[in-house]
Design a protein around this ligand. Structure first.
Ligand code: SAH
Length: 282
């Protein structure tokens, strides 16, 4: 029997599929993912959804500290029993969507890893991106279809809001596809390990918030062209006419054909125009 199945039987774990529970039981894959993270002796690694602790144990072999987040009390009991005496592992009862990643290792960048619950992939991804200044890399197991969207290139069907936002802030790569057979219980879908290395950015980006608003508006209706989407989202016709003529981006194009550089260019031009015409103060 594998370690996962032994622990499930020993602790009479009731597997909660609703929490996305599918435990990785292949030791080689666990080792491969840990080697992608490459935890160093002076680093803190935050693991999302530690489950029964298979990955936690591997990470803790080389990491300075591992913070293992888990939401299910049954699994927290197992994790506490398993790592209670291990000084560099901290088990936290925590919903990942509430965790403040900036508290993990104040003043130092952390790494984040997780075979995450797929039902909240998108909120987890965007939450992590919001903490990118405190993180050097994210290594996450996603459902394969979602991974393809995260790493998609312009002009493809998968290219959308997650692709642009991830490309803006990280260098992304799909590292390996993992078949359901390597999990217990097996998920219904294939999975993929995605590594996102956070780009070094100079200071705070003053256009950051506008950029995300622009991208979300541009993709709101996939069959509409970018001009119509932006008009629909409330951008002014006059501003858009100027911006499109200056940017040399044809307003008839659809968002899915625009590169990261083109989105960046548009957002800067839009910001400059609205700075010239500040909205009336109330
Ligand atoms: N990392 C383990 C478990 C993966 S399954 C392994 O590879 O074997 C996903 C894990 O995320 C489960 O343990 C589940 O209980 C946990 N989880 C689900 N929702 C969560 C949430 N909102 N916050 C933290 N953990 C969560």
């Amino acid at each position: 029997m594998t370690e996962v199945r032994t622990l499930v039987a020993k602790h009479k774990i009731h597997i909660r599929k609703k929490l996305g529970q599918s435990f990785l039981e292949d030791v080689n894959i666990i080792k491969k993912i840990a080697s992608l993270v490459a935890p160093a002796a002076d680093e803190t690694i935050v693991e999302i959804g530690a489950g029964l602790g298979g990955m936690t144990e591997e990470l803790a072999k080389t990491a300075g500290r591992v913070i293992a987040l888990e939401i299910d009390p049954q699994l927290l009991d197992v994790l506490r029993e398993r790592f209670g005496r291990q000084e560099n592992v901290e088990v936290l009862a925590m919903d990942v969507l509430k965790y403040d990643f900036s508290q993990a290792d104040k003043g130092k960048k952390i790494k984040v890893v997780g075979n995450i619950p797929y039902y909240i992939s998108s909120p987890i991804l965007f939450r992590l991106l919001s903490f990118r200044q405190q993180v050097s890399s994210f290594t996450l197991m996603f459902q394969k279809e979602f991974a393809e969207r995260v790493a998609a290139l312009p002009g493809t069907k998968q290219y959308g809001i997650p692709s642009v936002m991830v490309a803006k802030y990280t260098d992304v790569s799909c590292e390996m596809v993992v078949s359901p057979a390597f999990f217990y219980p097996p998920p219904d879908v294939a999975s993929c390990v995605v590594r996102m290395t956070v780009k070094q950015m100079e200071d705070d980006d003053p256009y950051e918030e506008r950029f995300e608003r622009l991208v979300r508006a541009a993709f709101a209706h996939r069959r509409k062209n970018i001009l119509n989407n932006l008009l629909y989202a409330g951008f002014s016709k006059e501003a858009l006419d100027i911006v499109f003529s200056q940017s040399r981006i044809a307003p008839q194009r659809r968002a899915e054909t625009l590169s990261l550089e083109e989105f960046t260019n548009l957002s800067i031009l839009l910001a400059e125009i609205s700075n010239q015409n500040p909205p009336p103060k109330i």
